[in-house]
Design a protein around this ligand. Structure first.
Ligand SMILES: Cc1cc2nc3c(=O)[nH]c(=O)nc-3n(C[C@H](O)[C@H](O)[C@H](O)COP(=O)(O)O)c2cc1C
Length: 267
């Protein structure tokens, strides 16, 4: 696959993957590509933990499901992240960012606009939304053929030190490399961040993976082959929209629009 095509095709896979395991060859390719990522002073501060064992995936799925249910139930999730949520095309077209909840049961739609109030949250909870989302998250994680934990070396990842920033930048390069490689291999990827939102749940995941004290688990991803026949989750979002280059980039100094030629060439 051409690099530009892979960049355009890469997207978050919210739904289930095909059940077939990731081939040895494809796993090897993903890891070899990940290891090519840049790092400060070539420190290679990241480590990868592959989880394929069904019982272990089930345990992580359970934690992910519980975390999702907890986050939605107590309403903090909606409050904390409300600025990213879009509920109609008009909002998407106005902001060109955020995530667009475009799939949900019809019965829920009239209540969405009250979601960010205490009352609205109570209604949404009464409609079993936390349970539905928790169950969906659990099933998605436990059924993913490959879970990938990414850990950073604490010698590099030290809060308040520049090497911490460098390590995170490097980890971002790793993730994008894995994601583009996965795309080229016919695979999809999704972040599993919800357990990370709850320190006790994240500690359980770290414990399960036996992360040593000198490393910190920074990310959990789920991967598998995409299957276009698999239907989308009950409540789902999409986020293909992007801001225009003219909104993101300036010429020579902050606030100066790009020259027209430049802008056109990048579009
Ligand atoms: C640090 C980080 C954390 C993320 N956490 C989640 C997550 O918990 N669940 C999820 O589905 N997507 C997660 N995403 C994916 C973003 O929502 C997604 O990349 C963005 O909406 C753009 O959509 P796209 O990946 O389809 O282009 C995360 C992305 C990043 C970079």
């Amino acid at each position: 696959m051409d690099l530009y095509d892979a960049i355009h095709a890469r997207h978050t896979t919210n739904g289930a993957f095909d059940s077939r395991p990731v081939s040895q060859e494809d796993k090897q390719r993903l890891l070899e590509m990940a290891a090519r990522a840049p790092s400060h002073f070539n420190s290679q501060p990241w480590r990868f933990i592959l989880v394929e064992n069904a019982a272990r995936r089930k345990q992580i799925g359970h934690i992910a499901g519980e975390s999702m249910r907890q986050l939605i139930e107590n309403g903090e999730f909606w409050q904390q992240y409300r600025r990213y949520f879009r509920f109609n095309q008009h909002e998407v077209d106005t902001t060109h960012d955020g995530i667009h909840f475009d799939t949900m049961p019809n019965v829920l739609k009239p209540f969405v606009k009250y979601l960010f109030t205490d009352q609205g949250n109570k209604v949404v909870n009464a409609m079993q939304v936390p349970r539905v989302l928790g169950n969906d998250a659990r099933k998605l994680v436990e059924s993913s053929p490959l879970l990938l934990g990414l850990a950073l070396n604490r010698t590099e990842y030290k809060p308040d030190q520049l090497s911490s920033l460098y390590s995170v930048i490097s980890l971002g390069a790793v993730v994008q490399t894995i994601w583009l490689s996965a795309t080229a291999l016919g695979m999809g990827l999704q972040f599993v961040s919800t357990p990370q939102e709850i320190p006790t749940q994240w500690a359980r995941v770290s414990q399960l993976l036996q992360i040593p004290d000198n490393f910190e688990l920074l990310l959990m991803l789920r991967l598998g082959y995409v299957n276009p026949d698999i239907k989308r989750p009950t409540i789902d979002w999409t986020s293909p929209q992007r801001k225009g280059i003219h909104e993101l980039a300036f010429q020579e100094q902050w606030g100066e629009p790009l020259t027209n030629e430049h802008d056109a060439a990048l579009q």
